[in-house]
Design a protein around this ligand. Structure first.
Ligand SMILES: Nc1nc2c(ncn2[C@@H]2O[C@H](COP(=O)(O)OP(=O)(O)OP(=O)(O)O)[C@@H](O)[C@H]2O)c(=O)[nH]1
Length: 370
């Protein structure tokens, strides 16, 4: 699983975190707030450049109105933080943008001037900030405004101000500025999206692990073993051995060494068996102090050797929390699946063999006979 990392990410996340609502807010709401912060940051990048450009062009009738609406755009995240209303912050931001774009279009000659194309930013912002209703409303307002401008002004475009050599550069500079801002805007949104997916992936992985692992020992739990057993039942007649392993006199260990020591024993024994388990096998905690081992492509002799080795390893364990209080041993019963047999039956034959191992004195491996 990969995560996206980029320079300044920590700073950006701290800034974003300042405006983020508490953990109870829906993911949808949090994404909209993040987008609000991002668009205001892009505004912080673009607006000074445009103010400077209009000032250079001597167009104070644009530079000053832009300066006037800027606090409403840049301050939108703060409006959200103070009022708690995303809708209010969004509508103020878009209204400020709309107001300036309308005035800019009028100055440049009306609906057919290139600046009016930027009206599309209003419904787009509304979508980014989480409201389709608002987007449709702004689409309608922008369209009505274009029609009204065209009706009132006609094709009266004033570009004479851009006709000298120097302002051409200013115009190109503004185009590059807009491109950079849009690219950054999209990159931040995309990185936020990737981060969100990554977090989702990690959360899914954790949920899956919690669902299939035993909390104490970390090996598979009974639910996961059940899935494996169902899969084995469906997989035809490959040679499969099932072994049940049960700790001997575990109640005595609990009673005399303490429950914590008992837990420690369960963990160490589970880890010891897990180390022996091959890729093709499946091992897990079947119940309290009982484990199940499913050995694939293994006949009964191979299974017996395998489990006998495990029994010996457990017998040799030195578990610190037990000190000299007790030795840990296991008894095991193994059964090989018969042709046409379901695993549940194999398990109950293995259980009978385990019972026989206990009866015969414990710390031994017994094969199912019947
Ligand atoms: N510490 C601890 N004990 C557990 C856990 N789960 C089950 N046990 C204990 O395991 C003990 C099992 O006792 P018994 O079923 O009498 O079996 P045993 O003492 O091992 O005796 P035999 O199986 O006949 O050798 C019980 O005392 C349970 O409380 C656990 O997660 N942690």
């Amino acid at each position: 699983m990969s995560n996206t990392n980029w320079p300044g990410k920590a700073l950006y996340e701290r800034y974003l975190g300042y405006f983020m609502p508490s953990g109870d807010a829906s993911t949808e709401h949090r994404i909209s707030v993040a987008n609000l912060v991002i668009v205001s940051m892009m505004g912080a990048l673009l607006v000074p450049a445009f103010v400077a450009e209009y000032a250079v062009l001597g167009m104070w009738n644009l530079a000053l109105p832009l300066l006037a609406v800027t606090p409403f755009m840049l301050g939108a995240p703060l409006i959200y933080r103070c009022s708690g209303s995303l809708a209010l912050a969004r509508e103020i931001f878009i209204l400020a943008l709309f107001g300036f774009k309308t005035w800019e279009s009028i100055v440049f000659g009306g609906a057919v001037s290139p600046g009016s194309l930027w009206y599309i930013a209003c419904p787009l912002m509304a979508i980014m900030l989480g409201s389709t209703g608002s987007a449709l409303t702004w689409l309608a307002i922008s369209s009505a405004s274009l029609v009204a401008m065209q009706t009132a002004m006609g094709d009266n475009v004033h570009f004479t101000v851009l006709a000298t050599a120097y302002p051409h550069f200013a115009y190109i500079f503004s185009l590059i500025g807009v491109s950079v801002a849009i690219a950054l805007f999209l990159a931040l949104i995309e990185m936020g999206r990737r981060d969100a997916f990554h977090r989702l992936e990690v959360a899914n992985h954790t949920i899956n692990e919690l669902a299939i692992r035993d909390a104490l020992t970390g090996v598979y739990n009974r639910r996961r073993l059940g899935e494996e057993i169902d899969r084995t039942d469906a997989s035809g007649n490959e040679a499969v051995c099932i072994c049940l392993l049960d700790l001997d006199r575990f109640k005595w260990i609990n009673d005399n060494c303490g429950h914590a020591a008992g837990d420690e024993v369960l963990k160490v024994v589970a880890a010891t068996i897990q180390q022996e388990v091959r890729q093709q096998d499946c091992f897990g905690r079947y119940g309290g102090e009982e484990f199940l081992l499913l050995l694939r492509h293994t006949g009964i002799e191979g299974g017996e050797q395998f489990v006998e080795r495990i029994r010996q390893r457990i017998e040799a364990l030195q578990i610190p929390s037990l000190r000299d209080c007790a030795r840990v041993t296991v008894s095991a019963g193994i059964a090989e699946r018969r042709a046409g047999e379901r695993c549940a039956q194999t398990i109950s034959r293995a259980d009978a063999a385990l019972y026989a191992a206990k009866e015969a004195g414990r710390n031994r491996v017994m094969l199912a006979t019947a």
